[in-house]
Design a protein around this ligand. Structure first.
Ligand SMILES: [Zn+2]
Length: 269
């Protein structure tokens, strides 16, 4: 018997699916893979950064100042006072590995941020808003809390990876990345990180003054004003809702038995 090879049916290699649908699936699939790689990368960089010893971090970022981000106001008379207050609060953080450096950013938008190496940036907008030393002390203590939990490194890790992704996908010059890192470092932390920083900050305020009176008075004012002013909106965009925070701080003070009434220290400027 002679074997006759059967011809394959026509169109065997042609799928029933519309080519556009297939192309779409491919694009979506590749995007998902790309996204997964980014997420894993962020995760790995975050872990790697946590493993960087604090001493290394301090040495690396000792003189670092994101000049593309902040307009330093070295002649602001409030700089020395704010630095002294940070130093005083930091003495209550017994084994702090940082020597904190305060800079004032000449911006009407109220904000405060913790940056690698122990750099604390407060804006003139924030200094204009605070009405007592106790109010300022809590905002600064909160930033010290971010250092203690090394939250500032986490956002830096996210910033590095996302900047690289932006550079790779858009083909932009990598030298511009500095700005993205700093910019992303300013984005908010998680609720849990914020709450932990608040707890540490309030403890510093209590240890320093023996009470927590006016520690969150600033947020009460902002809450009353309902964040209508632009300056307030910025701080609130990177921090939890003022009313949530007030509630948590009140509860914490009650739990710890920290007096909510005491002698309030006026600002010395
Ligand atoms: Zn914070």
């Amino acid at each position: 018997m002679k074997y006759v090879a059967k011809k394959p049916e026509d169109g065997i290699n042609v799928s029933d699916t519309h080519p556009l649908v297939e192309a779409g699936t491919l694009v979506v699939g590749l995007s998902l893979i790309f996204l997964a790689i980014v997420v894993v990368l962020v995760f790995l960089v975050e872990i790697a950064l946590y493993l960087v010893p604090v001493e290394k971090e301090v040495a690396l970022f000792e003189d670092w100042l994101p000049e593309d981000l902040v307009t330093v106001a070295p002649n602001d008379e409030r700089l020395g006072r704010t630095q002294l207050l940070v130093d005083r609060l930091a003495t209550h953080w017994g084994d702090s590995p940082y020597s904190f450096r305060v800079e004032i950013n000449d911006s009407s938008v109220a904000n405060a941020m913790a940056l690698p190496g122990g750099l604390i940036i407060v804006t003139t907008g924030l200094l204009d808003e605070v009405e007592s030393e106790n109010e300022l002390a809590f905002v600064l203590g909160h930033e010290l809390g971010h250092f203690r939990n090394r939250d500032h490194l986490r956002s830096l890790g996210r910033g590095i990876v996302l900047s690289l992704v932006i550079a790779v996908t858009t083909g932009r010059d990598v030298s511009n990345i500095g700005l993205n890192i700093a910019d992303l470092a300013l984005r908010g932390f998680s609720r849990r990180q914020e709450a932990a920083a608040d707890e540490f900050g309030l403890e510093l305020v209590y240890t320093n003054y023996g009470h927590v009176d006016e520690a969150w008075r600033l947020f009460e004012r902002w809450d009353e004003r309902d964040g209508e002013s632009l300056g307030v909106a910025s701080y609130l965009s990177t921090h939890p809702q003022a009313d949530d925070r007030i509630e948590n701080l009140e509860r914490l003070a009650a739990e710890q038995g920290w007096p909510t009434a005491g002698r309030v220290t006026p600002l010395r400027w």
